[in-house]
Ligand binder design. Structure first.
Ligand code: MOS
Length: 735
């Protein structure tokens, strides 16, 4: 009856398709009023004054918050809590679209109308809007990976090895600003009761939102409750607690009313981070037999002015370990501009970095006249040479071989422009995927009722990915009951703590806690049974008692949980457990892997690029649910198709304004852009990464997609495009 691994439907599916899943903006609170953000129209300078008379006299307007009257936040800028953007604490403007005022009115329409009549006077300064123009001013980030490691590394002597090698590549790859664009925008409802704050907010991390808000308002985290039962996609932009959350709470405090603040789609481009533009320089060299001799990967990414914080995109970390190479050096630098603060976006680091690395590997393979897959197998790393450790598990070779077989890779033409179908050039490309397996400590509570019902709780999140479902499966199997018996609750900071849902860590972090709490609750039932004189199991070893099907089963008979609890005068049994990382990170290198194979068809005259066929094979460790896992895989590949061919945020150099801040002009893949995607889950069961052997599947599948498509475009057309998105004009005229 084990449910783990089965492709069961989402347990919250009915709620979602019937509109009964309540998202942050949808909680109906009595007396609710509405806040609307006013944004700067300049990219750099100072606010010199406001003209609020017209706005203030509009009907229904309750309050206009500006830096002149905003609540002074005790930690504010430079305080103990990270301020991920401006909170109306001063008059400085450092990007176009910065929040400069908040208008609160009794209805949304009235707030919008009044916000449009707020007039702001500025002193305008020179703005830096073009990263490439100031690349020479790049600097080493002050806190790379939160200070966990330096921004650069080196082993061997890559420069000398490069000079001596046979085949050389020296190329620069560029990725653009991209925005997450989840379906659900950011939304917060904030309510104060005395000095206690409750927020309903769309977030990937209720525990971090709780801490951040407590810091901003100078109160104890226990005075803040964060509620978020459903999230309509996050992809990283709901990982931090961004200024609108705090501004909503500030407005609620200042008006004494519950306040709702929902971002418009356009505001989603300036209020909650983005994937920063990167410029990546790769120098690599191989011997005639394809052996990689030298690899240098120097990454630069756009960031904001330092007063907003700093974001460093770790583009080159995969270059440190992915291939066997004796001489490797990587570095990371950031370039400050007058843009808002970038942030994590699905597969931060690897998504951008592996476009460069996996394009470069393809280029080197072509130079030494090797098949790109054979070249990668030639340089396969059995161990992590950067960390000097074995992998906890690595089924990448199986991903290569199973993916290649399903795709028919052995039929690939050796040269470029070799396959034509009428007016269409056909090309095949491939690339590797890798993403770290992350885990943080988490807690869960389990209550087994006399009626056989099981309530499992953890303060985690479901971004739409299936947390409710897979945690129910873990609990069901741990207690030997059907999934339908489990009720799983999440999304409330009053529940046992869990980490932010980022870095593909939700399942590796929370599932072990759920399993441990279930084991503890079952243990209590067994102890109860052994202590029960009527059962005569006092001398029976605890391990020979099983909790299954709503009963405790002993060597000779069984007792129903209801009967057992009744005999002990209890209506339920409850257990809480915490589970966190052990020493596995010290002993092993922890990564998930995969391989992409893609066919593109390029119109030789029109340059139109279509993705025609796709096979992705992945090692995500143990699969908890074959259906939600496959959804992650095809979703990630679709995200990668967007990166390869469509997605780019355009900034006007003159004003620093984002000109395509909508999903009509910010292009994302639609069904017609995506072929049927074949996914293969490579069997890989281990318990070295974590007790359940799960590696996380949220980010891995988009890593390498853009390179695989660029490599296929090269194979089709002979044109090597070293930037994404690859557009018609990049290959036009290749016929
Ligand atoms: Mo993910 S970009 O860590 O939400």
């Amino acid at each position: 009856m084990a449910s783990i691994g089965k492709p069961i439907d989402r347990v919250d599916g009915h709620l979602k398709v019937t509109g009964r899943a309540t998202y942050a903006a949808e909680f109906a609170l009595p007396g609710l009023v509405h806040a609307v953000l006013v944004q700067s129209t300049i990219a750099a300078g100072k606010i010199t004054g406001f003209d609020l008379a017209a706005a203030q006299s509009m009907p229904g307007v309750l309050l206009i918050i500006t830096p002149d009257n905003a609540l002074r936040l005790p930690t504010g800028k430079g305080g103990s809590q990270p301020v991920k953007g401006p909170l109306l604490q001063d008059h400085d403007v450092v990007f176009n679209g910065q929040h400069v005022a908040v208008v609160v009115a009794d209805t949304l329409d009235r707030a919008l109308a009044a916000a449009a009549r707020v007039k702001v006077q500025y002193r305008r300064d020179e703005a830096v809007t073009d990263m490439d123009a100031v690349l020479a001013q790049a600097y080493v980030p002050k806190s790379f990976r939160n200070g966990a490691r330096p921004a650069d590394s080196r082993r061997g002597d890559p420069d000398t090895a490069y000079q001596a090698a046979f085949a050389k590549l020296d190329a620069t790859y560029v990725t653009p600003i991209e925005h997450h664009n989840p379906m659900e925008p950011h939304a917060t409802i904030a309510r104060w009761e005395g000095d206690r704050l409750t927020v309903w907010t769309a977030t990937q991390g209720i525990s971090t939102a709780q801490r951040t808000l407590a810091g901003h308002f100078g109160i104890d985290p226990a005075q803040v409750r964060v509620i978020c039962p459903f999230v309509g996609g996050g992809f990283g932009c709901k990982g931090n607690t961004w200024p609108p959350v705090t501004l909503a709470a500030m407005a609620a405090k200042m008006t004494g009313r519950p306040v709702k603040l929902v971002l418009t789609r356009a505001q989603m481009f300036t209020s909650n981070g983005y994937r920063p533009r990167t410029v990546q320089k790769i120098r690599a060299a191989a011997e005639t037999d394809g052996a990689l001799q030298s690899l240098r990967h120097d990454g630069f990414n756009l960031t904001s002015q330092a007063m907003l914080g700093e974001f460093s995109e770790p583009v080159a970390l995969a270059s440190e370990f992915l291939y066997a190479c004796p001489n490797v050096a990587v570095s990371h630098k950031v370039v400050a501009t007058n843009m808002s603060l970038p942030t994590y976006m699905r597969a931060p680091g690897e998504a951008s970095g592996m476009f460069a690395l996996e394009s470069a590997i393809d280029e080197l393979a072509a130079t030494v006249r090797m098949d790109p897959l054979a070249f990668r197998m030639r340089n396969y790393a059995e161990n992590d040479a950067h960390e000097g450790k074995p992998y906890a598990s690595k089924a990448l070779m199986a991903c290569y071989t199973q993916g290649a077989r399903a795709f028919g890779w052995e039929g690939r033409a050796a040269g470029t422009r070799a396959t034509r179908d009428g007016n269409v050039l056909v090309g095949w490309g491939m690339a590797t995927a890798t993403y770290p397996t992350n885990r943080q400590s988490a807690a869960a509570r389990v209550r087994i009722g006399a009626d056989g019902s099981v309530l499992v709780q953890s303060g985690t999140q479901d971004l739409g990915t299936g947390t409710y479902t897979v945690m129910s499966q873990v609990a069901a199997d741990a207690l030997g009951v059907p999934v339908s018996r489990i009720r799983f609750e999440l999304g409330d900071s009053a529940l046992p703590h869990a980490p932010v849902s980022g870095g593909s860590s939700t399942v590796p972090s929370v599932a072990p806690a759920v399993a441990a709490a279930c084991a503890a609750a079952a243990g209590k039932l067994r102890d109860m049974a052994r202590a029960d004189p009527q059962l005569g199991w006092g001398d029976v070893d605890a391990s020979s008692l099983q909790v299954q099907d709503g009963a405790v089963i002993g060597p000779d008979r069984r007792i129903g949980i209801a009967a057992l609890l009744a005999r002990h005068g209890q209506s339920s049994v409850e257990a809480v457990a915490e589970s966190g990382p052990g020493d596995e990170k010290k002993r092993f290198s922890l990564h998930a892997f995969g391989a992409h194979f893609v066919e593109v068809r390029v119109d030789a005259e029109l340059g139109e690029i279509r993705v025609a066929r796709y096979v992705g094979a992945f090692d995500i460790g143990r699969t908890l649910n074959a259906k939600t896992a496959r959804s992650q895989l095809i979703g990630g590949i679709t995200y990668g198709i967007g990166m390869a061919l469509l997605e780019e945020t355009h900034v006007d150099g003159e004003t620093g304004r984002i000109v395509n801040a909508n999903i009509a002009e910010y292009l994302v893949p639609v069904h017609a852009d995506v072929p049927a995607i074949e996914t293969i889950l490579v069997e890989n069961q281990e318990s070295r990464s974590n007790p359940l052997g799960v590696k996380g599947a949220g980010e891995l599948p988009m890593v390498g997609v853009a390179a695989a498509i660029a490599n296929a475009v090269y194979h089709a057309t002979g044109v090597r495009v070293r930037k994404v998105p690859i557009r018609i004009e990049d290959v036009l005229g290749s016929a």
